[in-house]
Design a protein around this ligand. Structure first.
Ligand code: NAP
Length: 244
């Protein structure tokens, strides 16, 4: 299946590393003009070297005011990928208010904010658009030490559905991609230990973690016209984990 984003403008958050960075590169390969948003300047510098056509935006998405300023001049966006997130693992009884607030601030509140900014523009232009929120299998399955992370991703799945409901009449589709473990910096945090990894892969019918490319391909599909009638879904990229 050929996917082209020629003439389309995309914005990807959390573009410095992992899935976000690979999504930027894939979108550029498919012809999109991409704004890459993240908070570490060194990541944007190396991404710009690798891919000079991107527009880099350095901002901490936790900061609502700074984000509003940073996004003011990015221009029209047709395709949005809300990918930035943080994962801090603690036993339920040890979670602190700070960890709770930071996680919801990045994983949910920032998605709200960036989506509002972008969707207002899409609605005003009347040209529609596609938004993909990067959720997780953790939104629908309890994982030890993941209480806050699971809660943020559960909230994100519901946000995806309400956005799909309210933005659909403006021809703005909103879907989520829900991966299993991917061995990015975030994935390594919780799953580097081979014994622990085995407790997860043994529950995945395909018997392995997802590759970054597996996730990126699903993101591209949901952004593209190939999924024109798909709106409000949570697309598992989990080798069957959530089916069991
Ligand atoms: P990653 O390697 O940790 O990359 C996350 C990116 O988001 C980094 O560039 C990070 O920048 C950026 N970011 C984090 N907080 C930010 C903030 N406040 N403002 C701006 N940028 C911020 O993570 P990943 O594995 O690629 O994860 C991408 C998405 O997939 C996330 O939504 C994650 O929840 C989801 N996911 C991941 C896995 C997995 O196993 N990896 C599984 C399921 C779902 P800094 O490095 O500068 O903080």
């Amino acid at each position: 299946m050929e996917i082209s984003f020629a003439g389309r403008r995309a914005l990807v958050t959390g573009a410095g590393k992992g899935i976000g960075r690979a999504t930027v590169l894939a979108l550029v390969r498919c012809g999109a003009k991409v704004t890459a948003v993240t908070r570490t300047q060194a990541d944007l510098d190396s991404l710009t070297l690798e891919c000079p056509s991107i527009t880099p935006v350095c901002v901490d998405l936790e900061d609502w005011e700074a984000t509003a300023v940073a996004l003011r001049d990015v221009g029209p966006v047709d395709l949005l990928v809300n990918n930035a997130a943080c994962a801090m693992l603690q036993p339920f009884l040890e979670v602190t208010p700070e960890q709770f607030d930071k996680s919801f601030s990045v994983n949910v509140k920032a998605v709200f904010h960036v989506s509002q900014v972008v969707a207002r523009g899409m609605k005003a232009r009347g040209t529609g658009g596609s938004i993909v929120n990067i959720s997780s299998q953790a939104s629908q399955c309890a994982l030890r030490d993941h209480a806050v992370y699971c809660a943020t991703k559960g909230a994100l799945d519901m946000l995806t559905k309400v956005m799909a409901l309210e933005l659909g009449p403006h021809q703005i589709r909103v879907n989520s991609v829900n991966p299993t473990v991917v061995m990015t910096e975030m994935g390594r945090l919780g799953w580097s230990d081979p014994d622990k990894a085995k407790t997860m892969t043994s529950r995945i019918p395909l018997g392995r973690f997802a590759e970054v490319e597996d996730v990126v391909n699903s993101i591209l599909f949901l952004l593209s016209d190939k999924s024109n009638m798909t709106n409000g879904v949570t697309l598992a990229v989990d080798g069957g984990f959530l089916a069991c």
